[in-house]
Design a protein around this ligand. Structure first.
Ligand code: FAD
Length: 638
């Protein structure tokens, strides 16, 4: 298979504008003849559904929560990047582009990243017009703060609730279209398969999560904006419901899955506290603006932090990376935290923690000043740990947070299945091997508000689609497959091993073998263990109740069954990539200083995997990446 990213010709700064000019348009009267399915109503899907409907298309939108407002996007805390240069500190579209390509360790597509940086400025205008209450300076201009991997302040924020406020903006735009009858909303509905007719995406199969009813939905194009798959690790900062099912089912139907092993470990999460924990909590990266990260200089120093004088502390990020200090990118900060803990200098129970200390910030800004910036985050920390971070340093440790991998898409965000588009965290995105903070919201909204509405129109204007309805054999066959899978899960044991116990075991294998650090023997071990665990799962998993009712055991079981397949692909991808880059750290490939060592001669490509059938290894296809503007160099934040 030849992968064609369809990158437009011409100078990078003109590609998107010229491409839009040359795209075919659907005239306003014809738009209402087309029907588009959007699965997922988080920031990417909510924005896409509202914008497509605003243009005049008929849209059916789906989410598994009871309301689009509960999408995982609501959890986003710290902010959203945009190259507005309001601070006059040297920012520009080019600098945001440069930082993002470099931050992604040269494993993203330059043309996409440039477009993202260009659109970033429109996103802020769009959201302000919707009434999103971004933080403002005293004089009324929008405020900014800094995030990792950048030396300018370009992050727009609404306290520690940026995702929530942005989602309310997108949700209101969506509700307006629901009210106007242009969007039909299907909450509590899970997509369980995609339907292809003549090789094109023409619909989906869903299960109504309240009644259990399996249904078919037909359309002219399908958008998947179903979020990330970090929960394959069981413990992560993602919402518990986030999963891979939609994109995994599409993968099994022919959509290539790109860079599955690229996962982001976030350095500032509340450390794991025990075996029975089922969720991890993020402390926003924005805290690194004012918090200082340190561990004791001496191994095994168990004194309380206030008893350790400054001269006996190691502010290791400030020491090793004087230019970026505590604001190095996430992969670098995470690896360094692991390293100091591995050396025996970690703090807190089990020594798996480092301090994030606000004592200097409180001295400088006063407690009220710190509260104004981060009040809700401090409150959350105190509620979870019982410690007051205004008085005692926070303890943090890296945790799984985001997935840069996802379905492969071309410049138009179209997958390898014609008519199936993918947006937000669900696609393999613009972040390469490491996403910089505050850029997921930027990408999700760029995809949803600006890219998909244009590129889907271009597809529809030329697709020459035959009329199709749900009586077509392709729908009946897909429904039958979905029913068989559901029946298989509910027909098994009613007592015995729980879905969660399998999920937890898979998560441990993934974290130990394909987590913050990876090596060939570990990955090979995981590739033995995961298929065996999958076999056990299908033989032993206990799912109570039936498929014809509200059944959360069944929902989870279906998602874990897909994680058990995806986990294997992630390890295979990590094993073949014999280099370190961004969030993919192969212990065998590191510089003498312990930094990630890329191998551009052999691995300067996006890895895209093709499904080859049950229990068969996927086939690897490579999209070569070329860097004309940001030249390939060893990343340095020193
Ligand atoms: C704690 C936390 C804080 C974060 N903070 C920031 C931040 O400050 N800045 C930043 O840029 N990024 C941040 N991120 C990342 C960012 O929040 C996400 O990457 C982004 O919100 C993903 O948006 P999305 O629209 O792609 O997916 P989601 O918001 O995850 O939405 C997925 C949607 O798909 C639906 N769905 C999924 N599967 C199915 C199915 N099979 N059938 C039907 N519907 C389905 C869901 O119901 C949901 O509506 C943070 C992430 C976390 C975990």
């Amino acid at each position: 298979m030849q992968l064609d990213a369809h990158i437009p010709d011409g100078p990078i700064e003109k590609k998107w504008d010229e491409h839009r000019f040359h795209m075919k348009l659907v005239n306003p009267a014809n738009k209402r003849k087309f029907h588009v399915i959007v699965v997922g109503t988080g920031l990417a899907g909510g924005a896409a559904a509202a914008s497509m409907a605003e243009l005049g298309y008929n849209v059916s939108a789906f989410c598994f929560q009871d309301s689009p407002r509960r999408a995982h996007s609501i959890a986003a805390q710290g902010g959203i990047n945009a190259a507005k240069n309001y601070q006059n500190d040297g920012d520009s579209i080019y600098r945001l582009f440069y930082d993002t390509v470099k931050g992604g360790d040269f494993r993203a597509r330059e043309a996409n990243v440039y477009r993202l940086a260009q659109i970033s400025v429109n996103i802020i205008d769009q959201c302000v017009a919707q009434g999103v209450p971004f933080a403002r300076e005293y004089g009324g201009t929008l405020a900014n703060r800094s995030f990792g991997g950048a030396q300018v302040s370009r992050t727009f924020y609404a306290r520690g609730q940026t995702g929530q406020q942005l989602l309310l903006g997108a949700y209101q735009a969506l509700e307006r279209q629901i009210g106007l009858g242009k969007v039909k909303m299907f909450p509590r509905t899970e997509m369980l398969d995609v339907v292809l007719i003549d090789g094109k995406a023409r619909g989906i199969i869903t299960r109504n999560l309240i009644t259990g009813k399996i249904e078919s939905h037909v359309a002219d194009a399908v958008v998947l904006a179903t979020g990330g798959y970090g929960n394959v690790f069981f413990l992560s900062t993602n919402a518990k419901g986030s999963n891979t099912t939609a994109i995994w089912r599409a993968h099994r139907k022919g959509a290539l899955f790109a860079n599955p092993c690229y996962t982001q470990i976030h350095p500032t999460c509340i450390p794991v506290s025990g075996d029975y924990q089922s969720k991890l909590t993020l402390m926003s990266e924005s805290l690194r603006n004012d918090g200082r990260i340190w561990v004791p200089l001496k191994k095994g120093d168990t004194r309380s932090p206030d008893k350790i004088p400054d001269s006996e502390r190691d502010y290791y990020l400030e020491r090793r990376y004087p230019s970026f200090g505590n604001l190095v990118p996430r992969d670098v900060a995470s690896r360094n935290a692991k390293q100091v803990c591995d050396e025996g200098r970690g703090v807190g129970p089990g020594g798996l923690g480092v301090y994030l200390d606000f004592a200097d910030a409180v001295k400088r800004l006063g407690e009220q000043g710190v509260r104004e910036r981060y009040g809700n985050l401090f409150e959350m920390y105190e509620r979870i740990t019982g410690e007051n971070p205004y008085q005692v340093p926070m303890r943090i440790y890296p945790a799984i947070h985001y997935t840069m991998g996802g379905l492969w898409v071309d410049y138009n965000l179209q997958s390898t299945i014609p008519g199936m588009f993918v947006g937000g965290e669900a696609n393999f995105s613009d972040h390469g091997a490491n996403r910089l903070g505050a850029s997921a919201l930027m990408q999700g909204l760029a995809d949803g508000y600006f890219v998909l509405p244009s590129t889907i129109g271009n597809y529809l204007a030329q697709a020459k689609l035959d009329k199709a309805d749900t009586a077509h054999a392709a729908f009946r066959d897909a429904e039958k497959e979905v029913r068989a899978r559901t029946d298989k899960l509910t027909a098994g044991k009613k007592a015995g091993r729980s879905v969660d116990s399998f999920h937890r075991e898979l998560g441990k294998i993934m974290w130990d073998r394909c987590g913050m650090a990876r090596n060939a023997p570990g990955l090979q071990d995981a590739l033995q263990k995961i298929p065996a665990l999958r076999e056990q799962f299908h033989a032993q998993v206990a799912v109570t109740g039936s498929g014809e009712e509200l059944n959360q055991q069944l929902e989870k079981a279906g998602r874990v069954a897909d994680f058990l397949e995806l986990g294997e692909l992630m390890c295979r991808d990590a094993l073949q990539r014999e280099e370190s880059c961004g969030g993919h750290f192969r212990e065998e490939y590191q510089t003498p200083e312990g930094e990630a060592q890329r191998n551009d001669d052999k691995f300067c490509y996006a890895a895209a995997w093709e499904w080859k059938g049950e229990n068969q290894a996927q086939a690897l296809h490579k999209e070569p990446l070329s860097f004309e503007h940001v030249h390939l160099t060893q990343r340095s934040y020193k």
